[in-house]
Design a protein around this ligand. Structure first.
Ligand SMILES: [Fe+2]
Ligand SMILES: [Fe+2]
Length: 404
């Protein structure tokens, strides 16, 4: 319990500095290994070597900023959005003219994203719906607020959580259309509407928190204790969810208007909340993510029972295969399981961050993530558990440093 009285930061400052040095050393040696290999094939004249290095560097830079001619044509015709393998937000990194010989394997896949978890089958299937019991007045308030907002959201998207009885599930063919007509089942289009609205909102909190902490760090000329990166990672992860689902179908103008309005209200409300009480803001996100896990669990269950026939055996979009490193024959169901595992991570991280001293504590997940089973089946660390986790990560890094 003595740890509770201490900020988490002093526990790990030394380790962070050392691990950064190791990371820098590894990065530097990787870059220079590639450089040496090219230069070593040239005559051993430094000026020639330098010139050839700078030439190839310039070629690479020019190439990497240019789009392939066919992509320029496609862009001009504006047919890129939502096309399979073409990304869903305009040109993709693969659309660049990049000479294969010069491209590092590190840049060939997924280099446009930050780090994100890659899951095993067990980790994808173990995710559970868990609810963190509120412990303070503010917890109770935000939990009720989330439930209230969810009711409005359910109404807007036609969502009802009605279990389908076993006798109906045993019927062949399944009476999907009748169940949909009775409002007991969501259609594929309504699932997509719900998911797109949910994801367009879910990408806001990480960016707001990251921005405010970034500005605070600049303003006070102080380090942030590793929070910013985790929050930006979450924002990007949510945006990748959105882009993935947008490859299935393009939202109508009405949905786009809803997204616009919701973002305008939610961004400002969350910004003000984070300014006043970041602890409350993280708790709010924790409860929101509990609902996201619930929604995706329902969706997965419906697909597995054959209640969303349009999504059975649909191949995973290319963007998802790249992002989650899924097998080439992965299905949309695998993608939704990966999304749910991400939501469980956000649930875990935000509830854990909410329990910390917002101004003094180090982000425990800056040194490493809790394992995916823990993230998928529990609602977060208490402050004492975070302190213990930091100590374990610190020890792990020190042992690694000794081995190098
Ligand atoms: Fe999401
Ligand atoms: Fe999320």
């Amino acid at each position: 319990m003595a740890l509770v009285r201490q900020p988490l930061r002093p526990l790990v400052c030394g380790t962070i500095a050392r691990s950064s040095t190791i990371a820098y050393r590894n990065f530097a040696s990787t870059s220079w290994a590639g450089h040496s290999a090219r230069v070593d094939n040239k005559p051993r004249d430094d000026s020639v070597s330098q010139r050839s290095f700078h030439q190839s560097r310039a070629e690479l830079d020019n190439a990497s900023t240019a789009l392939k001619p066919e992509v320029r044509k496609r862009e001009a015709e504006r047919t890129v959005v939502g096309e399979e393998t073409q990304g869903s937000e305009g040109p993709h990194y693969k659309d660049q003219v990049m000479p294969i010989a010069n491209a590092s394997p590190l840049t060939s896949q997924g280099s446009w994203t930050m780090m994100n978890p890659i899951y095993t089958d067990e980790e994808l299937n173990v995710v559970k719906i868990v609810n963190r019991p509120p412990t303070t007045f503010s917890d109770r308030f935000v939990q009720r607020l989330v439930k209230f907002l969810k009711r409005g959201f359910d109404f807007a998207t036609g969502y009802k959580s009605i279990p389908i009885d076993d006798a109906t599930l045993a019927l062949r063919p399944l009476p999907v259309e009748q169940l949909r007509a009775k409002g007991q089942l969501l259609s594929d289009k309504n699932w997509l509407l719900r998911i797109i609205l949910l994801e367009s909102i879910a990408g806001v909190p990480g960016m707001v928190g990251g921005t405010l902490r970034h500005l605070r760090s600049l303003r006070l000329l102080r380090r942030d204790g590793g929070w910013i990166h985790t929050l930006l990672e979450e924002a990007e992860n949510e945006r990748m969810h959105l882009l993935t689902f947008m490859t299935i179908a393009q939202p109508s103008w009405f949905v786009r208007a809803l997204v616009l309005g919701a973002q305008g209200v939610f961004y400002n409300a969350f910004f003000l909340t984070y300014l006043v009480s970041p602890r409350t803001a993280h708790r709010f996100v924790g409860y929101l993510e509990e609902e996201a896990v619930r929604t995706y669990t329902h969706c997965i269950s419906d697909i597995e029972k054959g209640l969303v026939p349009e999504w059975e055996n649909v191949p995973a979009p290319r963007i998802a295969i790249d992002y989650w490193r899924l097998p080439e024959d992965a299905k949309l169901l695998d993608v939704i399981k990966a999304v749910r595992a991400d939501e469980a991570t956000h649930r875990f991280v935000n509830h854990s961050l909410s329990d910390l001293d917002q101004k003094r504590d180090f982000n425990p997940f800056a040194l490493g993530e809790a394992d995916a089973i823990t993230r998928g089946t529990t609602f977060g660390f208490t402050r004492e558990q975070s302190a213990q986790f930091v100590k374990e990560q610190q020890q792990k890094l020190q042992n690694q440093a000794k081995r190098l």
